[in-house]
Design a protein around this ligand. Structure first.
Ligand code: HEM
Length: 479
């Protein structure tokens, strides 16, 4: 039988294309539907074999530069439903969660959804981010006390300011700087100082290089062969660990005769409710993972603050009005934790910067079992992406969301719509520490400096983190 050109298309190409087009939906959803009979998966499309919806995702995030339209397109196609969509991204079947109540449901239920890292070896097997259940509660209690509560924050406020003052002065002496790079150097130096009293340039440079290597490992495929980024990251982690361990051993030899007043000392000495201290491995694992969790995220917030304040001079003016009287009263002394806590307008600016920055755009979990949510199934083993950036940029949660407006914080946000630090038992353990660092830097910036953007219309990039393409190049001078 002779097949015409059109016949060939109808008989072979179209069915093949349809099969490919729906492949992931058949592959992942059909067996599940057959097995469960009446149960439903959330609406959505799981894309092509292997690729899933990666092409559409990259299209919205990278090509169009309109990341939130990835979700808007789903809403228009499948309706709002209960705020869940099925998809296939990053090589895995996935449920996207994009309403306040559905996000709350996922983030609160540790018994149903687990936090899984590419490798526990990289984050540290006994670190707060890797442990679960009672161990998590115990370690979290100690870490939060050492880094995120008023006594620790009071100490940190005074410890980090010399470096902040010196860095800002050096920025203005150079005139033109890239805010993201300089913020990273400053935050890293402050982190090393508070975490283990490391101050010399030699140790800072070595650690900085090692942590850069570790961070690359989080986005690499977990292959442990020499030459791979992941293998290199593990090596960097072990070397960084060795530096902290050496410091710990030196302290143990000196005993109580030398006090450092830093995080390492707190973690070595604190006792939990059970009267037990952290083991040496736990202390080191937690220090290393706290550097990883806090250093880049806080640097982004500083970069975005410089960006928005340059774009919104009326906000900068109001900030200055709040800080100038404090600065005059201080006569060159450092601002205290209590003074920082009294800066109400600054607190709103900080919240607004972090909302708009969307530093952690998604928070991932894995379903530990089949979970029902308002008539839909989240299958066991599937990834769950709490799409928190969508909440922060959605007009149903924040009025005129793309406008930088600290005054919106005169009122509390709608319940569940502000998840910049995640939520539930794993909410960011350093959220107050991050806010504090940003506030201290803002204080010294607004009382002493003026700056403008070199490229006010710089293109935005959204992956892996949102930032202007020039990483916020500024001209900065002393007032
Ligand atoms: C603006 C800066 C920051 C942002 C936007 C941020 C965001 C987040 C988010 C979204 C989570 C939840 C992750 C999840 O549930 O899977 C988280 C967890 C965490 N963050 Fe932050 N973070 C910031 C700064 C910091 C700092 C400065 C530290 C400490 C030095 C820190 C330490 C942690 C830790 C230890 C966790 C894990 C908590 C747990 O598993 O119990 N973060 N952070």
């Amino acid at each position: 039988m002779n097949m015409t050109g059109a016949g060939f298309w109808v008989a072979v190409v179209v069915p093949l294309a349809a099969l490919l087009w729906w492949w992931n939906d058949y592959w992942y959803a059909l067996p599940f539907l057959l097995r469960r009979g009446s149960s439903k998966l959330p609406p959505g499309y799981m894309g092509l074999p292997f690729l899933g919806e990666m092409v559409a995702f990259l299209w919205y995030f990278k090509v169009l530069g309109r990341p939130d339209d990835f979700i808007n397109a789903k809403r228009s196609k499948y309706g709002d439903g209960v705020g869940l969509y099925r998809t296939h991204l990053l090589g895995e079947p996935m449920i996207i969660v994009c309403t306040p109540s559905a996000n709350k449901f996922v983030l609160q239920s540790e018994s149903s959804f687990a936090l899984k890292w590419v490798s526990d070896e990289l984050v540290g097997k006994t670190s707060l981010v890797a442990v679960e259940g009672d161990s998590h509660t115990r370690v979290r209690g100690l870490v939060v006390r050492a880094i995120n509560q008023p006594n620790a924050l009071r100490k940190i406020t005074l410890m980090v300011q010399p470096r902040v003052v010196a860095s800002l002065r050096s920025w203005s002496q150079r005139g033109r700087i890239t805010a993201y790079n300089e913020a990273k150097k400053l935050i890293f130096a402050n982190t090393a100082k508070y975490f283990a009293s490391f101050e010399t340039d030699r140790v800072l440079d070595t650690l900085d290089d090692l942590f850069k290597g570790v961070l690359i490992g989080f986005r690499a495929y977990p292959l442990k062969f020499p030459g791979t980024a992941f293998h290199h990251a593990l090596k960097c982690r072990r070397k960084a660990e060795a530096i902290f361990r050496e410091e710990m051993e030196t302290r143990k030899k000196c005993g109580a005769s030398v006090t450092k007043n830093d995080l390492m000392e707190s973690l070595m000495q604190m006792e939990g409710e059970d009267g037990k201290r952290l083991s040496d491995v736990e202390v080191i694992d937690n220090i290393v993972s706290l550097v990883v969790a806090g250093y880049i995220s806080t640097s982004f917030s500083v970069m975005w603050a410089l960006y928005y304040l340059a774009k919104y001079p009326d906000v900068l003016l109001k900030l200055r009005e709040e800080h100038m009287p404090i600065s005059k009263k201080l006569k060159g002394d450092f601002i205290t934790y209590e003074e920082i806590a009294s800066c109400k307008y600054t607190a709103k600016v900080v919240e607004e910067v972090i909302r708009m920055a969307n530093i952690a755009a998604f928070v991932f979990r894995t379903a530990k079992k089949d979970v029902d949510y308002r008539g839909y199934k989240i299958p066991k083993g599937w990834k769950v992406a709490c799409w928190v950036r969508y909440l922060h940029t959605n007009p149903e949660c924040f009025e005129d969301p793309m406008c930088f407006n600290p005054d919106r914080w005169n009122e509390a946000p709608k319940a569940g719509s502000y998840l910049v630090f995640g939520g539930g038992p794993r909410i960011c353990a350093g959220n107050m520490y991050a806010r504090l660092q940003l506030t201290i830097i803002l204080h010294h910036l607004v009382v002493g400096y003026r700056w403008e953007l070199v490229n006010p219309n710089a293109k935005m990039v959204y992956l892996p983190h949102p930032k202007p393409a020039d990483e916020v190049e500024i001209e900065i001078t002393q007032i």
